[in-house]
Design a protein around this ligand. Structure first.
Ligand SMILES: [Zn+2]
Length: 350
């Protein structure tokens, strides 16, 4: 077991190491070392896009970037000769014998309302197509967003009593370090224990503390009317992102299949056409594997994206249901870091 201060120190250390690495790669990339590692382009992952608000306890700060950073990143990427491509057009783009330049593809997960308010104007200013991945349970307000509920609840309480899967324990959450430790513990429990159970326990506890989990969803996520209006704009597309935003690799095959298929049907009812694209929730190698990739292919998706970090390369066309993405991360909002990431150097095989 690690104490709260060890966990907080590790969080900080990890960020410092990554930041140092990105600075080094930025210099290498400017010096022309290892050119072409990112030759075919990149798909970017975004979540919230909104002006910065300082919060003392901000466990998911990495999921928010500002509209100014998005604007600056696109300006820089365009200046570097990158070509905006809609996600669903990517296979055709990659198959061209002569690409006009490396692709830049933008995707936004979870359907947050700020995507329409703050990201859409930036994309429209630059003429950039983008895909918003929608979870049916968030749109219909039947499913809460555990990380948003947990942030509000843990922020509000000085003590957190919770059954993480092995009986109730009480964690002190008075200090900031303790709050981060409790949040991390919950995050870990979701990867091991029954996810629906943990989320419903968390929701019940939040309600007891006067926090409404579905009210948070209603506040943060676009409803059907808003999504359908967004989908009707020329640059936006909607993609599927399951119903309950579950870690698909941790549920049985029937549930995994139903989550993907039903979310495709739900998006079809919003957008008027079945989505061609899917994003696996959480999306790393612990949340989506060969079983999920095969199901996405069988269900007729043209392509599907993970959150495994990487750029597009010559193998991407044969891995269309397990495409890598680069996260535009709230901790590293400097355009030189974006350039470092799209260089492909951080992901190059050594
Ligand atoms: Zn998501």
């Amino acid at each position: 077991m690690f104490g709260p201060s060890t966990i907080a120190a590790r969080r900080l250390l990890k960020r410092t190491v990554i930041q140092g690495g990105l600075e080094a790669v930025s210099l290498m990339s400017k010096a022309g070392v290892m050119q072409n590692a990112g030759g075919m382009g990149a798909i970017f992952t975004l979540h919230h896009v909104r002006p910065a608000v300082h919060k003392d306890f901000d466990p998911v700060a990495h999921l928010t970037i500002t509209p100014d950073f998005l604007d600056a990143s696109i300006t820089r990427l365009k200046a570097d000769g990158r070509v905006p491509v809609a996600l669903e057009d990517l296979p055709d783009f990659l198959a061209q014998p002569d690409q006009p330049g490396p692709a830049m593809v933008f995707t936004l997960d979870d359907g947050y309302r700020d995507n329409d308010q703050h990201a859409r104007p930036v994309f429209e200013k630059h003429g950039i197509p983008y895909t918003v991945f929608v979870s049916g349970g968030f749109v219909d307000r039947t499913h809460s967003i555990w990380w948003e509920t947990a942030e509000q609840l843990i922020s509000a309480v000085n003590e957190f009593t919770f059954d993480f899967g092995n009986g109730e324990v009480t964690l002190p959450t008075g200090s900031l370090i303790e709050k981060y430790a409790a949040f991390d513990r919950l995050h870990k429990a979701l990867a091991c224990a029954e996810q629906d159970m943990i989320v419903s326990r968390l929701d019940a506890q939040a309600r007891t503390a006067g926090i409404c989990p579905l009210g948070i969803v209603d506040h943060e996520v676009m409803n059907e009317r808003e999504l359908s209006a967004l989908a009707a704009t020329p640059l936006a597309s909607l993609g599927a992102h399951t119903i309950s935003h579950i870690n698909l690799a941790h549920v049985d095959t029937a549930r995994m299949h139903a989550e993907i298929e039903q979310s495709a049907e739900r998006v079809a009812r919003i957008a008027g056409a079945r989505p061609q694209t899917l994003a696996y929730p959480y999306g790393d190698s612990c949340a989506a594997g060969p079983r999920e990739f095969e199901t996405a292919r069988e269900l007729g998706f043209k392509l599907a994206v993970t959150t495994n970090p990487g750029v597009l390369n010559s193998e991407s066309l044969s891995d269309l249901h397990s495409l890598h993405r680069i996260s535009l991360n709230g901790y590293y909002q400097k355009t030189r870091y974006v350039e470092a990431l799209v260089s492909g150097i951080p992901f190059a095989r050594r």
